[in-house]
Design a protein around this ligand. Structure first.
Ligand SMILES: Nc1ncnc2c1ncn2[C@@H]1O[C@H](COP(=O)(O)OP(=O)(O)OP(=O)(O)O)[C@@H](O)[C@H]1O
Ligand SMILES: [Mg+2]
Length: 273
């Protein structure tokens, strides 16, 4: 699989442009639990924003707010510079914000094309308006190949694809149904090195085609390979917000692991760092 995305979404990278999505001092509380506090984030067209953080850091809460699943308790969410209140994920989708969740919600035994059109099936124009399988098959094939995904058979059950290919199909689907902002929730978490590579190449291709990509990950190596800027969450606070140019992989890893804690652990385990 090559990673060329031909679809063109938005114009050029940031450079003073209005961000596709912006969070201003966003906070979220669940009862007396503060899941997020004072988060500021800008997602630009043609850029990958890496969101890093350990378990419970607030990553999922953050994407739930951007994708319309939850509403923030404080602060503002802006889309194309305009303040928004999403009531549901459908509202976010209508603004071109699509989320690809880690579990993907696919039906493993159904063909790739059925999964591609799941919930948005194309029907024939005449009575009895049955499913237009040929049209959906052809569109799936065309869209996947446009995105550089060469599958031998779109009739194969999606469960037979590799994890990386499934992620890419899910992203291609989001693009086809009008996404401008792609939120990818730990797309490489369950993948091996090679399959992660497939997804990372694809993320870069989507960015080069002008999409705004929000890439959530535990893995500083993956984030550093594709990210243009990074936001590190720690117990709901924004611990770091910097551009690719301003941070090395080592530094990002240190920050992610909590610096001193990592050193203490290395020492405790009796290994030289
Ligand atoms: N619906 C909820 N009700 C109450 N507390 C919640 C809810 N969702 C999240 N939290 C709490 O908010 C904090 C942040 O959780 P969140 O799921 O956003 O973290 P995360 O960074 O996605 O973690 P992980 O890497 O484990 O997925 C945690 O302390 C969590 O227990
Ligand atoms: Mg999570």
């Amino acid at each position: 699989m090559t990673a060329t995305v031909e679809a063109s979404a938005n114009e050029a990278p940031s450079g003073g442009k209005v961000p596709l999505v912006e969070l201003k001092n966003v906070g979220k509380t669940y009862g007396n639990i503060t899941a997020l506090k004072d988060i500021c984030l800008r997602v630009h067209a043609g850029e990958v924003t890496g969101i890093l953080g350990d378990n419970g850091a607030g990553k999922s809460t953050l994407i739930k707010i951007i994708s319309g699943l939850h509403q923030q308790s404080d602060g503002e969410l802006l889309v194309d510079g305009e303040p928004m209140k999403f009531g549901s994920p459908a509202d976010a989708l209508a603004k071109g914000i699509a989320t690809v969740y880690q579990n993907l919600a696919v039906v493993p035994l159904m063909p790739v094309w059925r999964n591609f059109f799941l919930g948005q099936e194309v029907r024939k124009k005449s009575f009895p308006f049955s499913l237009d399988a040929n049209a959906m098959r052809a569109t799936t094939l065309a869209e996947l190949s446009k995105m550089g995904i060469e599958l031998p058979d779109v009739d194969a059950p999606i469960g037979s694809l590799s994890g990386g290919q499934r992620q890419c199909v899910a992203i291609a689907r989001a693009v086809f149904f009008g996404a401008r902002v792609l939120i990818l929730d730990e797309p490489t978490a369950a993948l091996g090195v090679k399959q992660s590579g497939v997804v990372l190449k694809y993320i870069t291709a989507a960015k080069e085609a002008g999409f705004g990509v929000v890439f959530i990950t535990h893995n500083p190596h993956h984030a550093h390979m594709v990210g243009d800027h990074f936001v590190l969450l720690n117990r709901g606070r924004q611990k770091l917000d910097c551009a690719y140019e301003d941070i090395t992989l080592d530094h990002l890893t240190q920050e992610m692991a909590g610096g001193d804690e990592l050193e203490a652990l290395t020492h405790e385990l009796g290994r030289k760092s």
